[in-house]
Design a protein around this ligand. Sequence first.
Ligand code: ATP
Ligand code: MG
Length: 260
Amino acid sequence: MSNHEIPKNHPRYVSLTVRDAIISGMHQKIVAEAGLIAHGRGEAFDYILGENTPKFALKQEEFAVLYLLSASKPIISVNGNVAALCPKEIVDLSNILNAPLEINLFYRSKEREQAIKKKLIDAGAGLILGLEPEYQETIAEISHLRRIVDSRGIAISDCVFVPLEDGDRTQALRRMNKSVVTVDLNPISRTSLTANVSITNNIIRAVPEMIKYAEEFVQLPKNQLKERLKHYSNEKLLQDALKFMSERLNTLATSDKLVI
Ligand code: ATP
Ligand code: MG
C-alpha cells in the first residue's frame, strides 16, 4: 500500500503512513532489509503501548534531554531507519542540543551512506560526520564494520544518542566508558537494558517531544541540569514501562468486552 491510498480516517493511519516511509526508505536505499524487520518488531511493542506516548515515556524523554544537555560532547548516531522516519526532527534536535550528527550503519555501503547523507541534507543538516575516510578510526570493542567511528565525533564524545540501536553496539559503547541514550520500543532489548537512558516510545513521537524539552531545558545552567538528573532512575522507568504494558494487556484480558 502506498501513502496516497491510505484514507486519513483509517484507524491505523499513522502506523500505515510510517510503514510507508520505511518501505520507500528501502527503495531509496536508505533503509536496510533488516531495518524492515526491526521496524516490525517496534510496531508490535507500539501496539501494546496503544500507539500513544504514556506518562512514563515523557519522563524518560525529559531524563534523556537533561542527560544529553549535561554532557560535554554529546553526539547523535543516525542509521537508515532514523533517517527514513524523522529526518527533519533529528536535524532540529541536533541543532538545539548542539550535538553533531554521525552516520553509523550496521550494513555499511557507500550507496546507503550517500542516500542517508542526502536525506539529512535535504532535511536541513549542515556538517555530517562518519563518512570521510581521513577521519575514520576503528574501535577495538566491536568486531564488524560499525567499529568505524569519526575521530571528530563518536570517538571523542562522552555521550552518544543512538536511537533504534543494536544491543552489541550499545554494549560496546558502554565498555568504552561512553554514556548512551536510546529510543527503543522494546523495554527488555539488550539496548534498553544497557543504555544509561532508555526511551520506550516510538521514535516518531519521541523525537518531537524531546525537541520541546530541549527548547525548555537548553536555558538551564549545567549545575541545575545535573541537580534535576538525580530524580531519575533508568531501571525504575523501564519497570514503569513494563508495568504499563502488562497492565494494559491485563485490563484487556479481564474486561467484559474485548475492545481497544
Ligand atoms: P538488541 O540488539 O538490543 O537485543 P534486537 O536485536 O531485537 O535488540 P535491533 O534490531 O538490534 O533489535 O534494534 C532495533 C530496536 O529498535 C528493536 O528493539 C525495535 O523494537 C526497536 N524499534 C524499531 N522501530 C522502532 C521505532 N520506530 N521506534 C522505537 N523503537 C523502534
Ligand atoms: Mg540486535
